[in-house]
Ligand binder design. Structure first.
Ligand code: CUA
Length: 342
């Protein structure tokens, strides 16, 4: 599978670790489908001619198929289709399981732009900077309608849903600039909802990040000097802590491990929780966000459904900030004394 084959077949360039495997599967699917359909078509043609009616009222002799031939006809295609499944399943598991050490970036789609926010660093609109050769996890949400985040060169595509987080990860393999497209029809300027991923060499990325943070520090000092300036956004976790206070989260959730109206925030992130419906869930971005938007949907066992919804009250960046705050309260060893009964 060379780059030349990709050029001839109009496939985009390959710039992530997924790209090769996705393309291999693509060629395998196209190749086997072509061979199979050609086989069926040619066999049909052959039978048309071989057994055509040559004289009026001619009847063809009755053919009893022999078991071996039939077995061959069924098993050969089956092997190919099972191989599809095997390759597809292996790659699907790979692309849907972000590595633990991945760098998180929050992505928010809105009509008609993409916003990016780094937990420790800057925000950006329509340009996402990432380092090469390092896994990056995107936590994607939407502020308004359905969008879809698509980077052809990375072979990744993920829906952006309002009030919910979806995730996708990738590892870029070479520095460069790659196109991002919205692939969910989202209104008038859908076709112009474009962005870029700028992949930098790891040391260039560190440099870029430092520069951004210096800029923000400068901005903060300016803001202190001149109160008329809008203060720059604080680190997401700090912003989240403030929101948890101002939105009333901390009235029902403690941060010291003791149970209250709701589960304590201490050690909540990444914990396994038992739900009232008998399922267990790992408390991740998706679960936390859903709990803010639709608190009754997946109640933790032992708690009552008394939390108000924050749908419409918290926007994407704010829920992301609260998630980042909860991440700072992650503790590997703290176990909450879980309350019994409803
Ligand atoms: Cu956003 Cu189409």
């Amino acid at each position: 599978m060379s780059d030349i084959a990709n050029k001839i077949l109009f496939l985009p360039e390959r710039a992530s670790t997924f790209a090769d495997r996705v393309d291999v599967l693509h060629y395998f699917v196209v190749g086997t489908t072509m061979v199979m359909s050609a086989g069926v078509g040619l066999a049909a043609l052959f039978f048309f001619f071989r057994y055509r009616r040559r004289v009026p009222n001619q009847t063809t002799e009755y053919v009893t198929p022999d078991l071996k031939t039939e077995f061959l006809f069924v098993s050969v295609p089956l092997v190919f289709f099972l191989a599809w499944f095997a390759i597809g399943f292996r790659d699907f598991t790979w692309v849907t399981t972000p590595p633990k050490d991945a760098m998180d970036v929050y992505v928010m789609g809105k009509q008609w732009m993409w916003k990016f926010a780094y937990p420790e660093g800057p925000n950006g609109v329509n340009v996402l900077h990432v380092p090469a050769n390092r896994p990056v996890r995107l936590l994607i949400t939407s502020r308004d309608v359905l969008h879809s985040f698509f980077v052809p060169a990375f072979r990744i595509k993920m829906d952006a849903l309002p009030g919910r987080y979806t995730q996708v990860w990738f590892e870029a393999t070479k520095p460069g600039t790659y196109q991002v497209l919205c692939t969910e029809y989202c209104g008038l300027s859908h076709s112009k909802m474009l962005a870029e991923v700028v992949v930098l060499a790891p040391e260039d990325f560190e440099e870029w990040l430092k520069e951004q943070q210096r800029g923000r520090l400068q901005g903060r000092q300016d803001a202190l000097a001149d109160t008329s300036l809008v203060p720059p956004v604080a680190r997401m976790a700090e912003q989240g802590e403030k929101l948890a206070g101002s939105q009333g989260c901390l009235k029902c959730h403690t941060v010291d491990g003791s149970p209250h109206v709701g589960p304590t925030f201490l050690g909540l992130y990444d914990r396994e929780e038992k739900l009232a419906d008998g399922q267990t869930v790992r408390v991740d971005e998706a679960y936390i966000t859903q709990s803010m938007m639709d608190p009754g949907a997946h109640l933790v066992v032992g708690y009552q459904n008394v939390m108000p919804t924050y749908q419409g009250k918290l926007q994407g960046p704010e829920t992301a900030a609260i998630v980042e705050y909860l991440k700072t309260l992650r503790t590997a060893n703290v176990r909450e004394a879980s309350p019994e009964g409803p």
